[in-house]
Design a protein around this ligand. Structure first.
Ligand code: ADP
Ligand code: MG
Length: 408
């Protein structure tokens, strides 16, 4: 993928997301009583394989969705930035500067925006103010990475606002990750931001999170679709669980380095053969987490090889990944387990697992297109017959990458 440059208003007219863009521009105009001069967009994602492998320097496989976050914007003469989020129907006002720290928990959502704008040094240098309107068709906090979609979209807005002509896609993804880790305080890897920046219609995405090599694998040889089911359980990953899992992986990596007597930067540098040689000597909880990460990396590498010819095998790897999250890593929950268990008995099922951080959020399924209506109905009925909560599984389309438009 070559460098990302900004598109024109003529291209905007042909964009599949035009309805969302029109809505965003209308909301901007209604709120700020002026017309925006540009719009940015970044999609959400689901993880196909590679659960909690990204911050362990490992391998991931994902798809970008055809839903995401749009930001309409215009430079303002003062130093103040006004932002309106349609999701919260709320305005916030702030200045972007280096002294600013992540805010009080009550207005956490603006941290994603401040954090993203701080990744554009020119905005800070020029103390530049702006108006921004944020509109999304992606559910928040359901494991589809609305946070990365908001961050990347805002970053593109910031780059255009400060008159940057282009950006390298990996640089954009890394700045997005940096802002979530350093400003918002979520110690995430690169999966979400990479998927949003590199998304490609009808393609699986692969990333080596250490080498930063990546690939887009066509998912076209068979008619398969992605089905998403929100478990309804809301995770609060910023609040500590994620950091604990990451710390556990880091301890295991350090311990493995000593036991294997080799320098290890990440768990990705350990083969399963090496791992099981010293398994008994590791801390019981840390070793289960490390086992998940090490075997998950192997699943991604195998999945990458077979994905375009054998979706059945890819699906089987997804089920193994879920079982490993459930039994070893410990980041599943009853609702996600139920969804995956019920799905496996339904027509059209190829594979399924929890997606993203875990402890709730969404489950993702690979399903034969023809049988997908029966699958969706069966999953809803099956889940609701054993649970007190409801579920509304839906077919999701694989969408294109983040992009920005400017016309003034
Ligand atoms: P996920 O990324 O899985 O959706 P996160 O908890 O990481 O869940 O991110 C969700 C948070 O991102 C929201 O609570 C909110 O603070 C912020 N966010 C996402 N989309 C928007 C939006 N359109 N407007 C305002 N804040 C948003
Ligand atoms: Mg997130």
């Amino acid at each position: 993928m070559s460098s990302l440059t900004w598109l024109s208003v003529e291209e905007l007219e042909r964009d599949k997301k035009l309805p969302l863009f029109k809505k965003t521009l209308e909301i901007y105009e209604a709120q700020f009583k002026e017309q925006a001069t540009g719009i940015s967009y970044a999609p959400g994602r689901v993880e196909i394989l590679g659960n909690h492998t990204d911050y362990n320097g490992g391998h991931v496989m994902s798809v970008a969705l055809d839903v995401g976050t749009a930001v309409a914007f215009k430079t303002q003469s003062g130093t103040t930035t006004h932002v309106y989020s349609d999701s919260f129907q709320k305005f916030e006002t702030f200045e972007v500067n280096t002294e600013d720290r992540a805010s009080d928990p009550n207005s956490k959502w603006t941290d994603y925006i401040k954090g993203a704008l701080r990744e554009v040094p020119e905005i800070i240098l020029n103390s530049q103010g702006a108006n921004l309107a944020v509109v999304t068709d992606l559910p928040m906090g359901s494991g589809l990475s609305s946070s990365a979609s908001l961050t990347i979209s805002t970053l593109i807005a910031g780059l255009i606002l400060s008159d940057q002509k282009s950006i390298e896609p990996m640089d954009l993804a890394q700045r997005g990750q940096h802002s979530e880790v350093e400003f918002v305080g979520m110690p995430c890897g690169l999966l979400d931001q990479f998927s949003s920046v590199f998304g490609r219609e009808n393609h699986l995405l692969y990333l080596d999170c250490e080498q930063l090599t990546h690939d887009a694998i066509p998912l076209t040889h068979e008619k398969v679709v992605i089905v998403i089911a929100d478990s309804g359980i809301r995770h609060q990953l910023v609040d500590g669980e994620y950091a604990k899992l990451k710390a556990s992986c880091e301890r295991a990596c350090k311990e493995l380095g000593t036991l294997l007597d080799k320098p290890l930067r990440f768990l990705r540098d350990v083969s399963s053969e090496e791992f099981f040689r010293v398994y008994d000597q590791l801390d019981p909880q840390d070793r289960r987490r490390a086992k998940h990460v090490i075997l998950e990396n192997e699943r991604v590498l195998l999945g990458k090889e077979i994905a375009s010819q054998n979706t059945k095998e890819l699906g089987r790897l997804m089920v193994q990944s879920h079982e490993s999250s459930r039994d070893d890593f410990g980041n599943s929950c009853r609702e996600l387990d139920l969804l995956v268990e019920i799905a496996q008995k339904l027509p059209g099922f190829l594979g399924g697992k929890l997606s993203g951080g875990g402890f709730g959020g969404s489950a993702v399924f690979l399903v034969n297109e023809e049988e997908s209506p029966h699958f969706i109905a069966g999953l809803k009925d099956g889940f609701e017959s054993v649970s007190t909560t409801s579920v509304s599984p839906y077919k999701a389309s694989i969408g294109d990458c983040a992009r920005g438009y400017r016309w003034a």
